[in-house]
Ligand binder design. Structure first.
Ligand code: CP
Length: 326
């Protein structure tokens, strides 16, 4: 991944030789295990700093353009919070209908524009490959915050950081992904990223119509990792260390009748979780609809709200890295 052209006006103190300086973050395929160890170490430092002082000026003078063509609560607000906790500022474009996109401006022209005003661009867009297209035309680093049913790399980074912080390891785990594995971009990125670790077994539980895409299964298989597919959770739950639940993504269905058939395929309740290990975690990228009952929220294994917070630290780390301050 080439580094974006150096800005001659960058202030003193930017570490232009830092390994991630000026890089786009588009796919989990970019990250090796040493990269992940580094990101987790920086994220851990960010956590300590936020807990100690809340806000500090590592990115003072830097500006983030937060460009969201699709709805978001966590990714959008955690990137904004991350930049502001690091002392930087944000141009928030969450309602593209109020931007020149509504006048028909192309994605390349929009990111060319934002590159004039910001130092880094975070983008969420409904089309696969949109973040890569944006990166091609932006002279500032672009971070993919979800490109349609493609990838959501920063989510996979925060997901693996969550597993590390919660279970203390990322090797030798039995990871079960449940729900909408066809349209859920978070599980596509997570399955790929888990191949950086040793002794991982991946289980996919979904309705027939929402199975994990073949290309993801083939990529994981090519790296020698065992995988299994299931229609029900019962058999696989007792051996699961991480249960990663996903929402059935209504907005990706062309036929509403097809959505109705599968929308309530699985619901995690305290009763369902009885056969699970005492030391395991339940994750969810959120938002949830009905797939995890609120009755389960107080169970110590319910890690999904802590997972959101870990996202802040990982995104702080990523911003600092691409801006040459980590
Ligand atoms: N996990 C996630 O991407 O949440 P948002 O859609 O709220 O950003």
């Amino acid at each position: 991944m080439p580094t974006k052209s150096k800005n001659p006006y960058l202030p003193f103190g930017d570490q232009q030789n830092a390994p991630w300086y000026g890089k786009d973050i588009l796919s989990v395929k970019q990250f090796s295990r040493p990269d992940l160890n580094y990101i987790f170490a920086v994220a851990h430092e960010m956590r300590i700093m936020v807990e100690r002082v809340g806000t500090f000026d590592l990115l003072k003078g830097k500006i983030l353009a937060n460009l969201f063509y699709e709805p978001s609560t966590r990714t959008s607000s955690s990137f904004m919070s991350a930049m502001q906790r690091l002392g930087g500022a944000v141009i928030p474009i969450s309602e593209v209908k109020y931007s020149s996109v509504a006048k028909g401006e192309s994605l390349p022209d929009t990111v060319r524009t934002l590159g004039c005003y910001a130092d880094v661009i975070v983008i969420r867009h409904p089309e696969v490959g949109s973040a890569a297209l944006a990166a091609k035309h932006a002279r500032k680093p672009v971070i993919n915050a979800g490109d349609g049913v493609g990838e959501h790399p920063t989510q996979a980074l925060l997901d693996t950081f969550t597993i590390h912080e919660e279970l203390g390891r990322l090797d030798n785990l039995n990871v079960t992904m449940l729900g909408d594995l066809r349209y859920g971009r978070t599980v596509h990125s997570l399955a790929r990223l888990l191949t950086r670790f040793k002794g991982i077994k991946m289980n996919y539980v979904s309705p027939e119509a929402l199975r994990m895409p073949r290309e993801v299964i083939e990529e994981v298989a090519a790296k020698g990792y065992p995988q299994s597919e299931h229609a029900t959770l019962e058999k696989i739950l007792p051996e699961t260390d991480v249960l990663y639940v996903t929402r059935v993504q209504r907005e990706r269905f062309e036929d509403p009748a097809e959505y109705e058939k599968v929308k309530s395929a699985y619901v995690i309740t305290p009763e369902v979780m009885k056969p699970a290990k005492a030391e395991m975690i339940v994750m969810h990228p959120l938002p949830r609809v009905t797939e995890i009952s609120m009755d389960f929220d107080d169970d110590p294994r319910a890690a999904y709200f802590r997972q959101m917070e870990y996202g802040l630290y990982v995104r702080m780390a990523l911003l600092a890295m691409v801006l040459g301050k980590a």
